[in-house]
Design a protein around this ligand. Structure first.
Ligand code: FES
Length: 267
């Protein structure tokens, strides 16, 4: 039986005609990135575990005359695999996936750009649709909240056509600390926040939290709970943790200038 890259050894396989290796546990998408081969991957981010939701990262794996499509963000190659990232079958499949995503979210620029690249169009005229839906249900927001922030403030709700991203029971989430990691990681701009008068509102999650005022300039720069967590996790001195990025940069530059200005003692 052949080996797979999930074991404790490197695996040799062929990627777009080149002989390459995968490190233990490395996926085809990971190898492709390392080799500078571009594969569209909307639901993937290195900071969180792979999920295989968007299906845009499909590639074709050949064994002799047989082949199958796999999602490269979760597929760890086997010794001797021959992988094509841009075969006709791959492009046809990406075109179909993009058509479906466009039908759901016709106004999302990232999807429009990708659709142009692959020659895809929504399967019906979307001019009459309200076009406000921007969520492709990739789950990146759920994973970053869960795995990076450690909060579980949002999740998937309902099934089928009703499936959606939501706070528990579609209510205001007490677990949300307002860090906005979900907003930053969302590939389609489906989530938003607003900072007004020293408070942050997570628009879709209905959370409203106080922001921390910078101890130097007084500008509100991050949610109070996030500042406290960062200070605790990174063991930062209060003077650094409670200072906004601009003032922090100025303070660090000042310290560096002082240090560099000290004349060296003669040996
Ligand atoms: S990136 Fe692989 S399925 Fe979305």
């Amino acid at each position: 039986m052949s080996d797979q890259a999930s074991e404790n050894k490197e695996i040799q396989f062929t990627l777009d005609g080149q002989s390459v290796y995968a490190r233990p546990g490395e996926t085809v998408l990971g190898v492709a990135k390392r080799m500078g081969i571009e594969i569209p991957a909307l639901c993937h981010h290195d900071a969180v575990s792979p999920y295989g939701a968007c299906r845009l990262c499909v590639v074709e794996v050949f064994w002799g005359k047989r082949s199958k499509l796999v999602t490269s963000c979760i597929y760890t190659p086997w010794e001797g695999d021959v992988v094509e990232t841009g075969s006709d079958r791959v492009c046809r499949t990406r075109r179909m996936v993009l058509s479906l995503l466009l039908a759901r979210c016709p106004e999302v620029e990232t999807l429009q750009d990708m659709a142009r690249e692959y020659g895809a169009a929504a399967p019906f005229d979307t001019a009459e649709e309200d076009g406000s839906e921007r969520c492709i249900l990739c789950g990146l927001c759920v994973r970053v909240c869960d795995e990076v922030v450690g909060q579980h403030a949002i999740g998937h709700a309902h099934r089928g056509m009703e499936r959606a991203i939501s706070a528990p029971f579609a209510d205001r989430s007490d677990d949300c600390i307002g860090c906005a990691a979900c907003v930053y990681i969302c590939p389609t701009g489906a989530l938003h926040y607003e900072d007004v008068d020293g408070r942050r509102t997570m628009v879709e999650l209905q959370t409203d939290v106080p922001l921390f005022p910078c101890r130097v300039c007084g500008a509100h720069f991050a949610p109070v709970e996030q500042v406290e967590r960062v200070r605790e996790c990174l063991k930062l001195p209060e003077a650094l943790a409670e200072t906004c990025p601009d003032c922090r940069g100025r303070e660090i530059r000042g310290i560096m200038e002082e240090v560099l200005a000290v004349p060296r003692s003669k040996a």
